[in-house]
Design a protein around this ligand. Sequence first.
Ligand code: SF4
Length: 465
Amino acid sequence: MIERHKIDETNFNSPFRGLGGKAGSSILLDERQKQVSVAGANERTIDCNKASLAGSVSQRACVFCGSRVVLYPISDALHLIHGPIGCAAYTWDIRGSLSSGPELHRLSFSTDLQERDVIFGGEKKLFQAALELINAHKPKAAFIYSTCIVGVIGDDVERACRMLEEETGIPVIAVEAPGFQGSKKDGYKVACESIFKLVGRVNNPIPAKSINILGDFNLAGELWILLEYYKKMGVHVNATITGDGRVEAISNAHNAALNVVQCSGSMNYLAKLMKDTYNIPSMRVSYFGIEDMSDALYDVARFFKDDDMMDKARELVKEEISRMMPALAWYKERLTGKKAAIYVGGAFKAISLVKALRLIGVQTVIVGSQTGTPEDYELIKKLCDEGTIIVDDSNPVELSHFVKEKQADIFIGGVKERPIAHKIGLGFCDHNHERKEPLAGYEGMINFAKEIYATAMSPVWKFTK
Ligand code: SF4
């Protein structure tokens, strides 16, 4: 049986409270002690990349959800969930994922498996449902997701997909993602394998200086900001994977010269598959904050060894920074002294957030992620101020207590962190699925500062406990 240590409220201000520093004072389950660290206080590498602990109530989603959030923005594909209706409902329109064209991705389809299907098998029902949907919506490809119950009853989804592909002539891809088979991170891998099944199916000529953008999901139109930057530099963007994604461009992704990977937690594996098979190099970038955004542009120009492209990148960065600095200085003056807690999906994003917050005078006191690697956490440790709590695969109990302990003024996270912040009367900034303002690029940095300011300084917090 797993035991949670008692919470000792009298020890609330100890810097090691919650970290097992004193017997009886920890809110950490014994098995999770090594997944939390404090910058400057201990040298050991944080334990990560492991299955969530049963009973811990992890903030992570299931394998199926991980695969759907990655594939979902492919807007001219049909996404059919083979399982009980709950799996489809819980992930329906889970991301904003704006499209400049078709919006088929925003519809949620399910085979709605019932008891009878569980006993006698759901393959026939799947075939008929998929065929009917493909005929009705004429998608460019279809993704068929297997959920938990399909993994248990053993429907042969691969075979159904092969038959559908023969019948309809479009790619029909089995996304084998039963929720119990691991964590959200395993779902990312399944999604990468599914996307990879599309790559190489067409051969359209594209300019030599072409890139694929991997790992931006165009939640609030940030992809379009990036496309504008690359256009100004003379870089052709071939496939956007998967934000505002199209089946044909993804099928032609093997013809690009470079994969530029953001949100590496979800897309590194696809970049690896493309490197191994098509010898396409990749680079890891972040589009959040001035520093990382500028580096992303310079790194691409450096890759193509193109002086003209580099000059254009420098000009763009100079212009954007001189435009935004006065506004950022205004926010910095007012926000200095505020403290932030960060808990996001990928640790690479957390790193950019720490830097972006520093730029506007906000100190990060907690940094956590669902899917960070040891290298990510080492980088975070070096980057953060002494005393910053660093946590892998956390849960609501830990996060609420860390936030109170470090007296954070604002919580930055995704959809599942919002209620944690609001329950303890804390301002929340959505940096994931539900946001409506782009936070990437230079324009995004201003939006971010604006949002942090409006949230942290709101008078409403005077009236919470
Ligand atoms: S855990 Fe299983 S049943 Fe629950 S949403 Fe994920 S796939 Fe569906």
